[in-house]
Design a protein around this ligand. Structure first.
Ligand code: GTP
Ligand code: MG
Length: 530
């Protein structure tokens, strides 16, 4: 993050958390920067047609809802003032249940003038009627009756706001463990995460302990490509906290080793700051010294405005994982462009079903545009494909250099926590989450156990030392082969991290994170038989 707003972090002794291996091992490598894809292989998917009849990728409801009521409606052609166009960033709000994600998101919209006082008063009354007085700010983001009654976000809320240099799409993820798949869908669209931590007595502890969502969300966010984290220590106004520096420092010092072990470079990629989402303090303007005398750092808007994210290639091949689709005088697909630029009139492919499509229009946020580049959340209206023939997890791709479709791949897997502390061996079944795909999978072969701490050594002696493990346990890093029933459009992590990082879940828990390290040859969806 930018030097002028960064705080220095004290060095903290490692804790037990450091036992979780630095799964990246190489987290200082520029993993997030998409490298150019290999040379064009128009027929890279030859031979898959026969498999298409059986192609029934489990549809993943995307659980993303627009905050329609709070988005400016005017439709403009942004290309008329292309030069003035601010950069665009997707920010996902993550963290344990009740940490204050929706409240902080709602407050951002209020502070940026998108919600008027009358609406707030209406929400205050509604919240009171539901015996949820303090939830009125969260109601800006939590729009469904279920969410308001329970005081819990279910679907990822989406809203927009701007700072001086940046247009933001906020994705407000649910914190409750039952909705982790929805959180994954939100995080997979974001470059920046706001990790909301409650400073209230007991709440930080519950969220951070094993089984709390703070850790799970951080690990998922890193795996899903959230390259920068703003850790907001929230509820600083709360009577048990009262803007206590000791509480803030305690949380920062406990979180830091864990963030490191999850692959974040804490000096470069993480910024801690104290806020009150409910009172809107240290958000749009810096906290007043009379409230918090010790904080000399930035406020939330400043931090977000200056976050630097890895550049993506606007001239690269088009890759847009489809997160949702609907009919609107044509077939409209939604998603985030991970690479390349989509123009009105372009001929593209929907993969893996190889449907040739034409782009009728492109919509960016609520605005119709002639083209949109990497990082943009878009709705693309297509001719040439029926809505029913598209499933979440399909990828809108350029025709030349199209994305491949595979039913097996080799992966480096870090085991986080197996159910009942069991072991993982060949035959293990789980649910694979990779970009917008949710798919049953089986680990068919354990190829090699990797010791990340001795990685360099192992690399040089690889051939000699290679031996297949029969099983692995929690914390292990293993090279393995994963098979899926239906074809998935994925990329090698080293070539295209956004489409090459994944999580494995089982019975509602994240059991492992991983990256794709080898794919079958172009033109084939499987590896040759051994
Ligand atoms: P989920 O969507 O269920 O994961 O929760 P969330 O993280 O979105 O939390 P939400 O915004 O719904 O807030 C939960 C509770 O914490 C509500 O009662 C809020 O009023 C309260 N809260 C949130 N931010 C603050 C804050 O800054 N100060 C105080 N005192 N309370 C807060
Ligand atoms: Mg919420």
């Amino acid at each position: 993050m930018t030097g002028d707003v960064r705080m220095d972090h004290a060095a903290h002794p490692p804790t037990d958390d450091e036992e979780i291996q630095d799964w990246n091992g190489d987290c200082d490598e520029p993993m997030e920067v998409a490298a150019p894809l290999p040379a064009a292989s128009e027929d890279s998917n030859r031979g898959i047609e026969s498999r298409l009849e059986s192609l029934q990728l489990e549809t993943k409801a995307t659980h993303v809802k627009d905050k329609v009521g709070v988005v400016p409606k005017e439709v403009e052609d942004l290309n008329d003032h292309e030069e003035d166009r601010k950069r665009h960033l997707n920010v996902v709000f993550i963290g344990h249940v009740d940490a204050g994600k929706s409240t902080t998101g709602g407050q951002i919209l209020f502070l940026s003038g998108q919600v008027d006082d009358r609406t707030i008063q209406k929400y205050e009354k509604e919240a009171k009627d539901k015996s949820r007085e303090s939830w009125y700010m969260a109601y800006i983001m939590d729009t469904s009756e279920e969410e308001r009654v329970k005081g819990k976000t279910v679907e990822v809320g989406r809203a927009h706001f701007e700072t001086e240099n940046t247009r933001f799409t906020i994705l407000d993820a649910p914190g409750h463990k039952s909705y982790v798949p929805n959180m994954i869908s939100g995080a997979s669209q974001a470059d920046v995460g706001v990790l909301v931590i409650s400073a209230r007595k007991g709440e930080f502890e519950t969220g951070y302990e094993k089984g709390g969502q703070t850790r799970e969300h951080v690990q998922l966010a890193k795996t899903l490509g959230v390259s920068k984290l703003v850790v907001v220590v929230n509820k600083m106004d709360e009577p048990t906290v009262q803007w206590s520096r000791d509480r803030f420092d305690e949380i920062e010092s406990k979180m830091t080793p864990f963030l490191k072990s999850s692959g974040y470079n804490v000096k470069k990629d993480v910024q801690f700051l104290p806020i009150s989402g409910l009172a809107g303090i240290n958000m749009k303007t810096r906290v007043d010294k009379s409230i918090c005398s010790w904080w000399n750092g930035p406020c939330l808007f400043e931090v977000l405005d200056s976050v630097e994210v890895p550049l993506r290639d606007p001239k690269g091949p088009v890759r847009m994982p489809i997160i949702d689709k609907y009919k609107d005088m044509g077939t409209v697909v939604m998603g985030k462009i991970e690479s390349g630029t989509i123009h009105e009139g372009d001929s593209l492919l929907v993969m893996p079903n190889k449907a040739n499509v034409k782009v009728l229009s492109v919509q960016c946020d609520e605005n119709k545009v002639k083209q949109a580049g990497p990082g943009e959340n878009v709705r693309v209206k297509l001719a040439g494909v029926e809505e029913d023939d598209i499933l979440a997890g399909f990828v809108l791709s350029s025709v030349a250099n199209s994305v491949g479709a595979f039913s097996e791949f080799n992966a480096q897997l870090q085991i986080l926590e197996l159910l009942d502390n069991a072991i993982l061996s060949a035959g293990y079944q789980a649910v694979l989450h990779i970009h917008a795909i949710v798919e049953e999978c089986e680990i068919t072969d354990l190829i090699e156990q990797i010791d990340l701490k001795k990685k360099k050594e192992t690399d040089t002696k690889k051939k000699k030392q290679k031996r297949k493990p029969f099983f692995v346990k929690n914390g292990a890093v293993v090279l393995c082969r994963i098979q899926v029933t239906n074809l998935v459009c994925i990329e090698n992590f080293s070539v295209f991290p956004q489409l090459g990082r994944f999580t494995l879940r089982s019975e509602g828990k994240t059991i492992a994170i991983g990256k794709v390290v080898e794919l079958p040859q172009a033109g084939s969806s499987t590896f040759p038989a051994a």
